[in-house]
Design a protein around this ligand. Sequence first.
Ligand code: NAD
Length: 256
Amino acid sequence: MEEKIRQVAQWILHSRRIVIFCGAGLSTESGIPDFRSPGGVWDRYNPEDFYFQNFISSEASREKYWQMATEMYESIKGAKPNQAHLAIAELERLGKLDCVITQNIDGLHHKAGNSPEKIIELHGTALFVTCLNCHKRYDRDEIQERIQKGIKVPYCDDCGGPLKPATISFGQSMPEKETQEAYQRSSSSDLFIVIGSSLVVQPAASMPLVAKRNGAKLVIINRDPTPYDHLADLVINDLAGKTMAGILEIVRSELA
Ligand code: NAD
């Protein structure tokens, strides 16, 4: 494992356009459960209840959605960045980060200190709520207060449209600008590092492939195997926090 960590650090030192691609596994060490691990969100809820089409068409689905989203927000709200988030922010300060493409909705890259222009949030953010009708944006805490007071499904103050956290659900269109930019950055990267993603959610999971096809080295750091491990130049099946801390230590000392 030491040898692999040293190898990734060397690649970081010798690469110019480093893209880091993250999934829910990056934030489990901050106390936010992922979707697919035992005890994760899909152990307790049925994903089909959360398809966008169902949210649009049924009050009962909206109610279940807000119940799940409220439970998830409880863990997101007080969460702090862990060693892996902090290492990614430090890579930016060291001039070693082109961007971080994140599937996460927890805002922890911002809290860790990455600059907003370096963060591409592919699946939106849980820190805001939007009206699906007039697109008015609300602070999430303001809407959670209404839920705490007993409102099961919140609606827009201005137009009465349904409110939904500003995240992308199954069946909902991906944000155009972010998706385009993520593909463009992936294809021009020379080192693409996946951290904490099962790489099964599309189209996000196709980005490592795009990077690899365009000549990038591909590194996958994930506790469990992924469907793209056979394409990677290096796979580390370990926890994100200690792995990223180990890599950063070498990068820092070589740059000092
Ligand atoms: P996923 O749940 O499908 O997979 C998470 C992966 O992370 C697993 O393969 C697991 O082995 C690995 N993992 C868990 N803890 C780890 C750790 N400490 N170190 C290294 N690896 C670890 O997550 P995904 O690939 O991101 O896709 C699911 C969707 O879930 C995404 O669209 C994302 O938007 C959403 N999601 C986000 C959050 C969040 O914002 N924190 C939380 C749950 C789900």
